[in-house]
Design a protein. Sequence first.
Length: 562
Amino acid sequence: MSDPITLEIVRQRLLAVPELIDKNVARTAFSPIIADYKDYAVGIVDCEGRLIAQCKGGITVFVANALGVAVRDGLQIYGRSRIYAGDILITNHAGTMGQHLNNVVMYTPIFCGDGDDLFGFMAVVFHWMDVGGAIVGSCVSNTTTDIYQEGIQFRSVKLVERGVSSEEMFRIIQYNTRFPEMVLGDVQAQIAGCVRGKALVEEIIQRYGAQTVRDAVQNMWQQSERAARRAISSLPNGVYRASSFLDDDGIHIGKPVPIEVVVMVEDDELTVDLSGVADQLPGPLNSGLQGGAVAAVRIACKYLLTPDEPANDGAFRPLRITIPERKFLSAGPEAPMGGSGSTLPSVIDTIIRAFAEVAPDLVNAGHHGTFGIHMFFGRDPRSGRFFKHGNTAIGGWGASSRADGEGPFRSMIHADTFEVPVEMQEAMFPIRIDSFTLRPDSGGAGRHRGGLGIERSYTALAAMSFQASFERSQCRPWGLFSGQPGKPGYVEAIQGERSVTLTKGQLELTEGDRIIVRTGGGGGYGDPKQRQAALIERDLLEGYVSQDGLCEYLAARNEASA
């Protein structure tokens, strides 16, 4: 074993590689969803697909296991003997990844020296903006009934072999997307990220030696595992439960999708039993085992137990997950999964909720909890070209024992992904953004108030289609310890004299039609009667609470005190 100082230097250098590639891919990508929104992740995995290091700038849903799952599938198909220096592979296979098909993982092997000693892989996952399927954007339909309606699948195929690009593979990609220029531009940025990251890791190996670098990796895993076990040990042994539900699966409208969670703490290990969630759904709110149950549990426990520790394989070793096959979080490979991103925020929120009674200082009230996709698409009259402009909801997060809720942020599977600048949206697409404000009264009342949602108003500057997919309209973001729930989100469409409210569905817009997106707020924490008068006054002055909302709040408080 190398000396501790050298191990720490190597550790920090390994952690720095994904951060550097993170910045590179954001600068070189073509589509706003990568360059601005940052729907990607960059990481290093070892020769068995175990996560070594991952960037902090990508979205949360990829932290848990996406890169390692992809690599393990490639190793299963090719074996180490058929993966060569200079190879670049891609996969988005639903039966492996268990998420919507737009999430495409690309990876390339890292070898020690000139031999066949495989150290690991440099991996980059991008959300490709369209991979075919029944609807523009591929993953945003509310009504698909099998995975084949949602786009093309690549199962660990070689895009580049021994440094030679496959013309056939690039041609397949080109003719299976509605936006070949954007997607192929992003593919080149993804390739560059893999190649540059691989070279940087190989430089570290060359300088310090393969064994020293492997020792540093083991040390990283052990540190993270110890931190996770310490955090679990601080919780009382026991069995804890929580429940929530989703609105419906898009096919059986109005039929709730139950989420029942059982958490068992035993010394320094934690088991999450998801046997009580709904069965596999006819509609697209499914996810596979790795992209569903495993990802949700790992993300929830990372938030709760070791939020400041680097994400790596060691952090998840004390966790156990129980779920039967063919649940909507362990769906089969043929199930529709376009809406997988819409389910996980509520599942994660519910797992965390199970700890509220035993760890009240760690657990926040419910957050707005929805992907909240809203998308414009059609023919741009300025260029004659087809366009797609998608966005997701930013809303309020739940209040805590210490403070009001934060936000507006995206959901727990997105965290602090950025907003695409208004000026860029208006320049690229035939829409106008008339207003973008906080939504008063959307946060739940409490000793600490829930975070606020937003209200954003668009005007269509041409005829186009609009698609919305919001969740948690019925299961409001819950409050804790007498805190009140936050308001749910929805979309209002104003078409002449006609006004339509929807959470899921598609509309045809004409020039001048308006879309107003109102997102949900977070739940409140603690008894509203205990909120300080100065904070109530500030809420009113800052516009967080309207005059009508304040009157309702004071009336309810006085009634409760009577």
